[in-house]
Design a protein around this ligand. Structure first.
Ligand SMILES: Nc1ncnc2c1ncn2[C@@H]1O[C@H](COP(=O)(O)OP(=O)(O)O)[C@@H](O)[C@H]1O
Ligand SMILES: [Mg+2]
Length: 250
């Protein structure tokens, strides 16, 4: 059947200037999607790509905390749509730029409408990479991405926990064959955790993009607003290999 939803065309037109849209996904919460989304956007910027970051977690937005960015009021420029502010050289858009750190209890169609509105008005100005951070679960936000965004490239995140690995296995089963999964990133690696994730990637025939160790001080750095500084000092090195792997697999 022909697809005649006009809203798709608005989003398509608006995203046509973006070269690659990378969706950071895990159906389990707390595995490090927000940490990795922000880190990938920063690392791509370091490699001189024009990089953009969209936080699509409307309930628990978190990328701004990693960027240590707390806008006082409405922080967007209007110019035939909205132009996201640049934070550490990244074009950054989050629900917090509109409403601050306030709860946004939305359901079903309201989430879809907000998603469509944001994607239809954001001007990414020809970003080479747009990283999209997503909430956990396979609910409206994720289903909207898969419905309204053409050719999304999915990057999965897992920790070595059996809870996360089992959840990843299920989401791979759901998505494989229908969408392009670039690979899986292991996060919070300790001891031989990486082996478990490599086994998963072999079993499921999904590329292992690399791993990031557990940083015992990460939440302290975050609390003190030091993440961007620490990123340059320690984390960047760990993330760069993963970014190169992603860039070459596109
Ligand atoms: N590699 C890591 N080492 C230590 N702590 C981490 C690491 N990755 C994430 N965290 C912490 O784990 C928690 C969950 O991370 P977050 O990125 O919010 O996960 P998600 O977005 O998947 O829910 C946060 O407190 C974050 O600072
Ligand atoms: Mg998150």
């Amino acid at each position: 059947m022909m697809d005649i939803d006009p809203r798709k065309y608005g989003i398509r037109r608006n995203l046509s200037s973006v070269n690659n849209i990378l969706i950071i996904l895990s159906s389990k919460g707390g595995v490090g999607k927000t940490f990795i989304s922000t880190s990938l956007a920063l690392a791509l910027r370091e490699l001189n790509y024009s990089s953009a970051l969209l936080d699509l977690d409307f309930t628990n937005p978190g990328c701004h905390l990693f960027l240590n960015y707390r806008p006082k009021g409405l922080d967007i420029t209007e110019e035939k749509g909205i132009v996201p502010p640049e934070i550490f050289g990244i074009k950054f858009l989050s629900i917090i730029s509109f409403i601050g750190e306030r709860p946004l209890p939305l359901r079903g169609t309201d989430i879809t409408n907000l998603f469509i509105e944001l994607l239809a008005i954001a001007r990414w100005g020809g970003a080479e990479y747009l990283i999209i951070d997503t909430p956990p679960g396979i609910r409206d936000e994720i289903l909207n991405i898969l419905t309204y965004i053409d050719n999304p490239k999915i990057i999965l995140v897992t920790t070595p926990s059996i809870l996360s690995i089992t959840s990843s296995r299920m989401i791979i089963e759901l998505l494989r064959g229908k969408y392009r999964i670039l690979g899986i990133i292991g996060n919070m690696l300790v001891e031989n955790g990486e082996r478990l994730i490599k086994n998963l990637s072999t079993d499921m025939n999904i590329k292992y993009l690399g791993g990031i160790k557990h940083y015992s001080q990460l939440d302290n750095y975050l609390y003190n607003g030091e993440f961007p500084k620490v990123f340059d000092k320690y984390i960047k090195n760990d993330v760069m290999d993963i970014v190169r792997e992603i860039v070459t697999s596109l």
